[in-house]
Structures are given as structure tokens and as C-alpha cells.
Design a protein around this ligand. Structure first.
Ligand code: URA
Length: 230
């Protein structure tokens, strides 16, 4: 891809700014100043703008993992096995998580080394719905759906959650669509009604659905369509 196109893909830069940045010598390709907007850049080239890395020059990698309960959503942890420990990949410590799940939550976790992609997954503006299967201790009542749709005030963060959709599937089971990922969000939303969440499983992020072939702890690379869906 052309150098100017790579830089224009950054959310903060338009085409004209990019041309000026390149012409003024602020862009480096593989450590050398490049003033040619049309320079052809491959995934193996490192691109820097004002010494900030825009592209690392390493191929981008994307995985989905079926996170088991009891494994921590972190790259390192002193006491628990981490989701990264479950991967059999070279240079796996260069990977990061596109969103997290609690220790006792299972299901779809996305892992990548592409920071721009993971920001699109996690930022509420990108409208990637996260879909959870929820099991509760008490019966789920119909009026929860209205409260979730209106948004709930979280005192600690002093914010109101984005509208969420609740579909009650059985007395103790529901499917919930969220557009953000606040700390313990699902548990706190049900906790508002003194109803404890006893099982939580993420089924989907945007158009990416947890592959039913993946047993807990298994993972696979995302397909090109899944990557492009974000
Ligand atoms: N909400 C929670 O409470 N826990 C999760 O792991 C994800 C969403």
C-alpha cells in the first residue's frame, strides 16, 4: 500500500496533512527518512511518524480464543494461568487482548498485535456489540429490559451506560447486547436488581461469533472476513 494511504488511515490525519508531513521529512520507513508519498509499503516495513511507530513491520496476527473459567485475561499474572499461556505461537508476548473477560467469565476473547484494530473492537463509537449469555440466581424480570435500554447510572465512574438490549430466554437465562465494556458491567447491571450473575459467557463481538468447534482453552486464527468486519 502507498505510504500516504497508510498514514491517511490513521483517524487523526487527512490526506493533505499526510502529504505535508511526508514532504517535511517527518516520516521514516525502516529507519530512513522518506519524502515520497507514493512509496510502496509492505507489511514487513516499519513506518514511523515523528518517531512514533505507525506500523511495526511485523505481520499482523488475529486470533479468537474460547476463554475458560479460571484463566485470567491478562498477558502476565503472578498467580493465575493467563490466556496468553494458552497460545502456542511464536513471539506471543507481542500480542495483546482486544477487550477482557473476568476470571469467572468464559467465551470469546480476541487477541492481536494490531493496536488500531483492537481499539476499533473496544471503542464504543465503533458500535461493535458484545453479546453475552447470562445465567442468574433469581428469576429475570421483564422490567430489567427497560432499565437496561435506558442506560444505568454507575456512581463510581459517574457515567450512564449506553443503551443495552436484553432478551429473556428462560426464567434464569438471558442474552444481553452491550456496546461498551465497563468494569464488571454485566454483574453490576443485574446487581442493581439484587440478582446475582452465576454464569457469564461471551458469544459474539460485532460480527465475530465464537466458533462452536473451539472447546474451552482452544483458539484459532481469525478469517480475513472476520478481521475486516471490525
Ligand atoms: N461484564 C462482566 O461483569 N464481566 C465480564 O467478564 C464481562 C462483562
Amino acid at each position: 500500500m502507498r505510504l500516504d494511504r497508510i498514514l491517511s488511515n490513521l483517524p487523526s490525519l487527512n490526506r493533505q496533512t499526510v502529504r505535508q508531513l511526508i514532504a517535511s521529512g517527518r516520516v521514516q520507513v525502516n529507519g530512513v527518512c522518506c519524502r515520497d508519498s507514493r512509496c510502496d509499503i509492505t507489511v514487513f516495513d516499519r513506518v514511523e511518524l515523528d518517531e512514533q511507530v505507525v506500523q511495526t513491520g511485523k505481520p499482523v496476527r488475529y486470533f479468537m480464543l474460547n476463554k475458560p473459567i479460571g484463566v485470567v485475561s491478562a498477558t502476565e499474572h503472578p498467580d493465575h494461568q493467563t490466556v496468553i499461556d494458552l497460545l502456542d505461537e511464536p513471539d506471543k508476548h507481542e500480542l495483546h487482548l482486544a477487550g477482557r473477560l473476568d476470571l469467572n467469565t468464559s467465551g470469546l476473547l480476541l487477541i492481536t498485535n494490531d493496536g488500531q484494530w483492537s481499539r476499533r473492537v473496544t471503542q464504543p463509537v465503533s458500535k461493535q456489540a458484545k453479546v453475552y449469555w447470562v445465567s442468574t440466581e433469581q428469576p429475570i424480570e421483564a422490567h430489567y429490559a427497560d432499565t437496561f435500554a435506558e442506560g444505568m447510572y454507575f456512581k463510581y465512574e459517574d457515567l450512564t451506560t449506553l443503551p443495552a438490549k436484553l432478551e429473556i430466554v428462560a426464567t434464569y437465562n438471558a442474552r444481553l447486547w452491550l456496546h461498551e465494556g465497563r468494569y464488571h458491567q454485566v454483574k453490576r447491571m443485574f446487581g442493581h436488581f439484587q440478582n446475582k450473575v452465576i454464569g457469564l459467557h461471551r458469544e459474539r463481538v460485532g460480527a465475530i461469533e465464537l466458533d462452536p468447534q473451539l472447546a474451552p482453552g482452544q483458539y484459532r486464527a481469525l478469517t480475513p472476513d472476520e478481521i475486516a468486519s471490525v
